[in-house]
Design a protein around this ligand. Structure first.
Ligand code: AQP
Length: 334
């Protein structure tokens, strides 16, 4: 087995990227560039498992690339491309559909959440989404996958699929078992309106999230309106157990201000949440508003973004084709 470390991760072009995507995934993408070869993919085939308007999808792909660059990804260091441009993703997904088991997919909680009450009406693509995710990762024989906590179950499935493929085709260690890299305290940033739901692009209320494109004014307004708590800030985590909104704000402040949660609790204990909100808005404006400006600037030159995708596609395709050749051979495809 090759010992080379390789990171792969994907982001769906389904709307404005937000603080959850940034803290849960993108921030890690950037730091990994110093440690290993990295492949970051705009997963448009995943996006269409739920209907997307074609024109919006095209724009969202470019906007996701702009967000990658604005948060610090370097297209010289990392391979940046869109999933549908490398057909090997779809081909390997089909092969893995035949390796993966119905029982495994039936346990996936994201399908249950996204399909909602009427599962009969969900697309087949949404159901087999985790197999495509396994194909994304295994196509490059990635060893590390930086993701938020919501993707943990899918990643475990990718490992099971890799293991079963290696067993079925008698090729021990052919696919490395990919390791999830999930940040500790910010693996699941919650909605600003409901601390039991994760911050999400598809949540209807824009006040539930901080978008990377938000202006200083919008950030200030959203943090001011964020749900918190009527009591004073406690000095310990135990007292926050039943206060998910308050804990979420403290967690975000801790991460953005680069102080441990313990230190933040010492700084904040006994104070009103309005004090925390003022401080939080300050650090968020400092960190996120420049990212938003950069995204807007980058979107002014679409051909530059298209060029990055084109170059990334060429590089990704070389690795994918080489691996696919071996995969086809293992499976017995001529
Ligand atoms: N709230 C979150 N906290 C921490 N990490 C998060 N991620 C997403 N939301 C949070 C991580 O961001 C990466 C890209 O996610 P995605 O856009 O591909 O899909 P998603 O997880 O389905 O994100 P959304 O915002 O909830 O999109 P929609 O609304 O379209 O379903 C992943 O690594 C994810 O873990």
């Amino acid at each position: 087995m090759s010992k080379k470390k390789l990171a792969f991760s994907g982001v769906q072009p389904t709307g404005n990227l937000h603080l959850g995507n940034y803290l849960g995934a993108l921030k890690n993408f950037v730091s990994l560039q110093k440690e290993m070869e990295c492949i970051y993919c705009v997963v448009d085939l995943h996006a269409i498992t739920v209907f997307q308007k074609p024109e919006e999808l095209r724009n969202n792909v470019l906007e996701t690339v702009a967000s990658f660059l604005a948060t610090g990804l370097d297209s010289e260091k990392s391979i940046i491309f869109n999933q549908s441009a490398v057909s090997g993703h779809a081909e390997l997904a089909w092969i893995l559909n035949c390796v993966s088991r119905m029982g495994w997919l039936n346990r996936m909680t994201q399908f249950k959440d996204k399909a909602g009450a009427d599962k009969e009406k969900a697309s087949v693509g949404l159901y087999i989404y985790p197999n495509l995710m396994a194909a994304d990762i295994l196509l490059y024989k990635a060893t590390h996958v930086p993701v938020g906590a919501d993707q943990k179950q899918h990643l475990e499935l990718s490992r099971d699929i890799a293991q079963k493929f290696n067993n079925d085709f008698n090729c021990k260690n052919f696919f490395p078992l990919p390791e999830a890299l999930i940040p500790k305290n910010v693996s699941r940033i919650m909605s600003l309106r409901d601390g039991t739901k994760k911050m999400s692009k598809s949540e209807e209320s824009d006040y539930s999230r901080i978008n990377l494109k938000d202006t200083a004014d919008e950030i200030n307004k959203k943090i001011k309106k964020a749900k918190s708590d009527s009591e004073q800030i406690p000095d310990n985590l135990k007292s926050l157990e039943k206060k998910p909104e308050a804990l979420n704000l403290l967690n975000i402040y801790s991460e953005i201000s680069r102080n441990s949660l313990d230190k933040v609790l010492i700084e904040m204990s006994g104070k009103e949440y309005s004090y925390l909100k003022t401080k939080l808005a300050e650090v968020l404006v400092e960190t996120i508003a420049p990212v938003g400006k950069e995204i807007k600037k980058l979107l002014g030159d679409r051909s530059h973004l298209e060029q990055i995708l084109k170059k990334g596609k060429q590089k990704a395709n070389i690795i994918a084709e080489e691996n696919l050749k071996n995969i086809r051979e293992k499976v017995g495809l001529i």
